[in-house]
Design a protein around this ligand. Structure first.
Ligand code: F6P
Length: 545
């Protein structure tokens, strides 16, 4: 039991002893704090000096990691053991970015050659499409690419497309248009295709299972939309490709499996953006940039696998997340990228973190109390709620609560030293805001300072900032494909670290099943004019009107 471990008890005592200590005094009492509370590795400067920790905290957290067997768990993942026990699967997104020639064995087979075989086919296809050699059914080159997928088959591709837009130019050719359709709401499809010419449009149908109702419904609509203009069924081969693990369902849909890019059951949906699910990313940025992104992922994988815990970025980040969650009692985390290209990064992280660690049953099957309806015996919280917006927009929206609300919201600030679009003083101003927010959260502003500025007594309490609000700052040189790979892998492995401490399965997602099943039965109920449910009756009446 996690809460019975000696390291957990030691952390509880440690927290009790330091709980009232303000970050102001931690900095005042330790002049080297800002320089020392840093992990500088794999091209990421990770400053955790503004976390509510002392020099004793990280060693105690590392004791906890050791008592939870983190090192063995990491090795088990990299060895291809079936650590996703509830689905009896290996968890090997790290194999997707292993270099050619590496060896990772699952069920007696080295999977790395298979990974590179698919990457090579993707690169070949991307080359033909990007150069204009691949033509549509009527002989026009493809100008528009529409990815149809949802969850991990959408959020990774959208996030990476937006993040790496700067790299999506083609030499001497006009920009291609990329669209992403995920929602089963017909508006998503209609708006994504409204201004596109079917003769110049390629659909990438991305679904690991090829059974997800939203994706299949959108894919059928895409086929109808394309064939309304292109008429002949033969056009499907030129305008549809599939990314899936399910070849049978792909060919049943009518897509030639020669135009299918596969992956495997050991790739979880939310860990799949660097598998064939990244096809739209590769089409946008080209195979070389895609390879560079994979190399970035791999650099972080190797760092995670090898570095000692005290200097291991994902481990330190994951342990601090546990500290904030379970000892400070914070139930949310704000992810605040100070880079417009990362505008979809928080949405991407929501699936990665919350689908992975939103669990209330341990690997041993015992229910966690943690204040949830599960109401079990082991009493600790698991995954927090993630949200965020790019800076500085968030500052003019929800930061009020971060600074003066009653809740503690740990923040991850993410910034780059070099702008991809240098424009006057914009970048320094942007980054000055990022640095300033972290300082304001940590140090606040006391009543004395407020009054010394001439604020009347009655107004002073409203203008006080308590401070002592924790944050991490992540600084990278420049947003490149390689940097994006390192950043995403950092969060992936931090999520893994947290899941190991909480003794949960970070790799299944049974929690999304019930709603899916109910929707399928309710869709039938909607045809029944005798439905006893008042809400459905009202829907039927209004729908007719
Ligand atoms: O939301 C549940 C889920 O299974 C995700 O884990 C997954 O990313 C998404 O659905 C899409 O699944 P598929 O790629 O099989 O269509």
């Amino acid at each position: 039991m996690l809460t019975e471990l000696p390291a957990w008890k030691a952390l509880e005592n440690h927290w009790r002893a330091m709980q009232g200590t303000h970050l102001r005094s931690l900095f005042a009492g330790d002049p080297a704090r800002a320089a020392d509370f840093v992990v500088d590795a794999a091209g990421i400067y990770f400053d955790f000096s503004k976390s509510r920790t002392t020099r004793d905290t990280l060693p105690l957290l590392i004791d906890l990691a050791n008592q939870c067997g983190l090192a063995e768990h990491i090795q088990a993942m990299f060895r291809g053991e079936k650590i996703n026990r509830t689905e009896d699967r290996a968890v090997l997104h790290v194999a997707l970015r292993a270099p050619r020639g590496a060896g990772i064995v699952v069920d007696g087979e080295n999977v790395v050659p298979k990974v590179h075989e698919v990457l090579d086919r993707m690169a070949q296809f991307a080359g033909r499409l990007r150069s204009g050699e691949w033509k549509g059914h009527t002989g026009k080159p493809i100008r528009n690419v529409v990815n149809v997928g949802i969850g991990g088959s959408d959020l990774g591709p959208v996030m990476a497309y937006e993040a790496l837009r700067h790299y999506s130019r083609r030499d001497g050719l006009p920009d291609q248009v990329f669209r992403f359709v995920s929602n089963v709401d017909g508006t998503d499809f209609a708006e994504a295709t409204r201004d596109l010419d079917p003769e110049e449009t390629l659909f990438v149908i991305s679904s690991k299972t090829f059974t997800t109702i939203e994706t299949m419904t959108n894919a059928e609509s895409a086929r109808r939309w394309a064939l309304a203009r292109l008429v002949s069924e033969a056009a499907v081969a030129k305008h549809f490709v599939a990314v899936s693990t399910n070849a049978e369902a792909v060919s049943r849909f009518g897509i030639d499996t020669a135009n299918m890019f596969g992956f495997w059951d050991w790739v979880g949906g939310r860990y799949s953006m660097d598998s064939a699910i990244g096809l739209s990313t590769m089409l946008a940025i080209g195979p070389e940039n895609f390879q560079s992104m994979l190399a970035g992922f791999h650099a972080m994988d190797e760092h995670f696998r090898i570095a000692p815990f005290a200097k291991n970025l994902p481990v330190v980040m994951g342990l601090l997340a546990v500290w904030n969650n379970n000892f400070l009692g914070a139930d949310t985390v704000a992810v605040l990228p100070y880079d417009q290209y990362l505008k979809r990064f928080p949405a991407y992280l929501q699936q990665l973190t919350m689908e992975s660690n939103g669990k209330s049953v341990t690997l041993a099957g015992e229910a966690l109390a943690g204040g949830t309806p599960a109401g079990g015996s082991a009493d600790y919280q698991t995954g927090p709620i993630y949200f965020g917006e790019p800076g500085t927009n968030g500052q003019h929206s929800f930061y009020q609560l971060l600074h003066q609300g009653t809740r503690v919201v740990p923040c991850d600030f993410i910034g780059f030293a070099q702008s991809l679009n240098p424009l006057g003083e914009h970048h320094d101003l942007l980054m000055a805001n990022m640095f300033a927010q972290a300082e304001a959260l940590a140090f606040g502003k006391s009543k004395e300072e407020v009054i010394a500025e001439g604020t009347p007594d009655w107004l002073a309490p409203h203008r006080v900032f308590q401070g002592n609000r924790p944050s991490n700052s992540l600084l990278l040189e420049r947003l490149t494909p390689h940097a994006l790979g390192r950043l995403v892998a950092l969060y992936e492995h931090s999520v893994f670290t947290q899941g190991v401490i909480w003794n949960i399965n970070s790799f299944d997602q049974w929690g999304v099943e019930l709603g899916k099943k109910l929707a399928n039965s309710i869709v039938k109920e909607l045809q029944n004019d005798k439905t006893p449910k008042p809400l459905l009756q009202r829907y039927r009446q209004l729908r007719k009107a």
